[in-house]
Structures are given as C-alpha cells and as structure tokens.
Design a protein around this ligand. Structure first.
Ligand SMILES: Nc1ncnc2c1ncn2[C@@H]1O[C@H](COP(=O)(O)OP(=O)(O)OP(=O)(O)O)[C@@H](O)[C@H]1O
Length: 462
C-alpha cells in the first residue's frame, strides 16, 4: 500500500508550561514497575495555561512553534464476507489514494484494498504516531464506519491475537502494534540518550461511552463517570483508573481485560457488534537533562486510540428492543460528531470563527483536543465493498472527505526546569507584592506604580 502521509516533520517548542510540583514528581528516576493503582491525578490534558503559553511561544517564534497539521485520512475496505458475492462488489480502489463507487471518485491520504494487511495500517498510521508521541505531540486515531465494516478488527485485531502465544500474529491490530513499537523505541531512546538521563514512563486507561454514559473498562464497577473540566487539568474523567505499563505483557493484560468488558451484541450485519465507543489512552511522560546546559526538560504526550460504535440503518440491521435504543444513541452521537466535523472543516476552510459544539456529546466533549485542537489526528474510515452497504459507504466517504479538511494545531508539550523555576519566581514575587499591598490596605498601584492588587490576583490564577 502506498503511503501519502501529509504529517509534517516534528517541530519543537519550549512552551514553558508551569507544571505543579506534583506533576513533576510523578516521574521517578527510573521507570516504575507495573502497578495497579488508582491514578494519583485525573488524566491531564493540556491545560489552559499551556495553551496560553503556547500562543505566547508562537508569537515569539511563529515559524516553529506549532505544527499546523491536517487530519490524515485513510480508507480501508474489508473483504467480502460469507454472505456476500463477488458480483456484489461496487467499490474499487483506483489508485493508492483514491477509491471509486458508482462512478464517483474520492481521494484521501491512502486507500487500502480488501487485501490490505494489519501491518500496512500500522506502517501508515502507527509508525508516525509513535514518533510524534516521542517528540511530545498528542496523537489520536479514530476508527469510523458502519457496523461490520472492520473498525474493531483494525484497532485491536481478533481477541485471540492478543494471547501470549499469538503475539506475533499478523492479525494483530493497530493498538498492540503501537504499544509494542512504543516500548521498543523508548528502549532505544533511553540507551541513545543515557548521558542525558532520559527516562520514560507510560500509564494507560480504557473507557467506553455507552448510551451517553462513561464506564471504566479496567474497573467496570465504575459506571456513569463524569467528565470534569478545570483550569489546572483541562478536561478529564473523574475517578478513571490508570495503570502504569512497562512491557507488552502489561498492555495485553489491560487490553484483554478492557475488551472483554466492552458492551457487544449481535446485529444482523455483525455477530459481535461493538455497541459503544471505546477509548484507549496511553500517557507518555519523559524527562531528560540537557547535555550542554544541564537543564531538565519534561515532555508529556497522550495517545488516544478510539474505536467508534458503528453507524447503522435500523431497517438494514433489523434492530429492535434494547438494540434499537442503543442504535438510536449511537447514531445520535455519530451525527453530533459529524456535525462538529462539518463546523471544524468550515472554520479551517474559511477562517471564520464559529461556536464549536464540543459539549453536545460525551465523545466530543472528552476528545475535544483531538478535534481541531492540540493533537495530531488520523482517521481510519472502514468501508464494505458490497452493494448492500452502498448508502452507508457513501456516507462514510463523505464524512472522511469533510474530516480531511480539518486543521489541528498540535504543539510539543514540553516544559523546561528553567521555565518552571522562572515562573515559580514570578509567582513568589507576585505573592510578596500582594501581601505587601494587603498589609498596607492598598488595592491600587503600589509606590512604584507598577501593579495593582487585582492585577496581581489575576496573575496568580495562571
Ligand atoms: N480487513 C479484514 N480482514 C479480515 N476480516 C475482516 C477485516 N475487516 C473486518 N473483518 C471481519 O469482519 C467482521 C466485522 O468486523 P468488525 O467487528 O471489526 O466490524 P466493526 O466495524 O467493528 O463493527 P461494529 O461497528 O458493529 O462493531 C469481523 O468478523 C472481522 O473479523
């Protein structure tokens, strides 16, 4: 399969985020052994301070601060299944990056034919994702498509491919391949930069959104978890379990546990249809010391691997009862995602500001950084080649085309000890200033006329 990557080369900025002492202390001198702990902190997406400082950095150095990246979109066509016949095939791959259906041609970054392999997808999406992650970028992959089109197969592979004896199976999906590559690259980097004491640490969470409720797949007794947002942590899921991982064995155990807890059910199209959106997240933190200056640098990046529930026409799938209610919820949240993508595509194309309705659904609220924000995004759009899926395939290809128009703004999430020290010093000075003014009962400018108390208070919030 040909690669048509439009991901830009990694670029680095030092965005000077002030992380809390607690965050910095999360990194031990050497990788922590795998431990089953409740996360000491909620998942920590880039916070508003980081965004603010990233903008400042952009102003200082507009050429290199932000990677203004388009969404990478690949289409993967699954093989015909046992009920479908050769003559039913209405979709053809035309070139490495285009596909035709009923005489209409669509072009993406890459198109995988019915014989494309799990390795092909990994090389197109997984390899650059791991490199971006090590460079400090957040990265997300969404698998989108109608029920039975191959999203779950692509993202995880068949369940038995995760068993220890099958770990080298060519059926293995994108997620285990990404984590395996991540550990091997981390190992290489740590050896290569041993002099700079480069150390990495990874922790994972796994959740599903079912009927607009979030369940922790690593601890399914935790249902109806709430999404919170605050100035320090940004958007996070309260009480979501995170587990430290050091080896593939740790990861496969989490994947097996999480996947077996997912809500699945049979539809007439797919005997084991995922009835929820599932989100596997790996947070990668690193620290190292500069060779020349001895200054510590900390990087954090987040990988989100998202298997969306499949869109479906109830008439086609014969859904009834509970399945029908689920299908209604699935279709509603996918249509909210589609609506959001339309708006983001319009904003990217016209440059006009518009309200972005992230809060319309749990999925878009939780993954707002992946959609038009601080993350590199890849979409795998899964389609069926069969006549019976024609209208769903058209709908997926149109969705994929709109997604292609979105521009994300990914920044390297790096902070230097110098920045931390400097900001701590600024805070100390502002605190002193505030105390002095309070002691003097003065809320206006001080004797030098430099600061007012309200200004100082406002500054302390950041
Ligand atoms: N590229 C492929 N090669 C071989 N088999 C595939 C491929 N893609 C999908 N399949 C098979 O097709 C069936 C449906 O795939 P899968 O469960 O991944 O669909 P899905 O899009 O996740 O569906 P849903 O949205 O209903 O969960 C499975 O039996 C899967 O093994």
């Amino acid at each position: 399969m040909e690669s048509h990557s439009r991901l830009e080369p990694s670029q680095t900025i030092y965005d000077g985020e002030l992380q809390s002492q607690m965050d910095l202390n999360l990194l031990p001198p050497s990788p922590a052994p795998p431990s089953k702990i409740k996360s000491p902190l909620p998942p920590r997406p880039p916070n508003p301070l980081k965004r603010k400082l990233a903008v400042d950095a952009l102003l200082d150095n507009p050429a290199s601060a932000v990677s203004d990246s388009g969404v990478k979109v690949i289409v993967r066509m699954r093989p015909l299944n046992n009920e479908e016949e050769e003559g039913d095939m209405i979709v053809q791959k035309v070139t490495g990056d285009s596909v035709s259906i009923n005489g209409q041609t669509f072009t993406f970054d890459s198109v995988g034919n019915t014989d494309s392999t799990q390795l092909d997808v990994f090389q197109l999406i997984g390899v650059p994702l791991v490199e971006n992650c090590l460079a400090g970028f957040n990265s997300s992959v969404f698998a989108y498509g109608q029920t039975g089109s191959g999203k779950t197969y692509t993202m995880w592979g068949p369940a038995n491919a995760l068993l220890e004896e099958n770990l080298s199976s060519d059926q293995q999906g994108l997620t285990p391949r990404v984590l395996e590559r991540l550990f091997s690259r981390i190992n290489e980097e740590q050896i290569k930069h041993a002099e700079q004491q480069l150390k990495y640490q990874c922790r994972c969470s796994f959740l599903e959104i079912y009927n607009e409720q979030i369940t922790d797949l690593l601890d399914p007794s935790q249902r109806n978890l709430q999404i919170r947002e605050d100035v320090k942590s940004g958007v996070y899921v309260e009480n979501l379990r995170e587990e430290y991982v050091c080896t593939m064995k740790d990861v496969t155990q989490l994947l097996i546990k999480g996947l077996s807890n997912r809500r699945t059910g049979a539809t007439s199209i797919n005997a084991e249809s995922s009835r929820s959106h599932s989100v596997f997240t790996c947070i990668v933190e690193s620290r190292c010391k500069g060779k020349a200056d001895g200054i510590s640098r900390f990087k954090t990046s987040r990988i989100n691997l998202v298997d969306l529930a499949g869109s479906e026409r109830q008439k086609l799938t014969g859904a009834a009862g509970e399945r029908l209610k689920e299908a209604g919820n699935i279709n509603r949240s996918l249509s909210q995602l589609g609506n959001l993508i339309n708006i983001l595509a319009e904003v990217s194309q016209t440059g006009k500001q518009r309200h972005i309705p992230y809060r319309d659904s749990r999925l878009t609220f939780l993954l707002q950084d992946s959609l038009g924000g601080n993350a590199k995004l890849a979409m795998i759009c899964a389609i069926s080649p069969s006549q019976s899926c024609k209208s769903e395939t058209f709908s997926t290809l149109r969705f994929a085309q709109r997604a292609k128009a979105i521009k994300n703004k990914a920044v390297v999430n790096e902070v230097m000890q110098d920045d931390v020290n400097h900001l701590r010093e600024v805070i100390r000075q502002l605190r002193d200033e505030l105390h002095r003014m309070k002691a003097n009962g003065n809320t206006q400018a001080d004797s030098t006329g430099d600061y007012s108390a309200s200004w100082a208070r406002r500054s302390l919030k950041y």
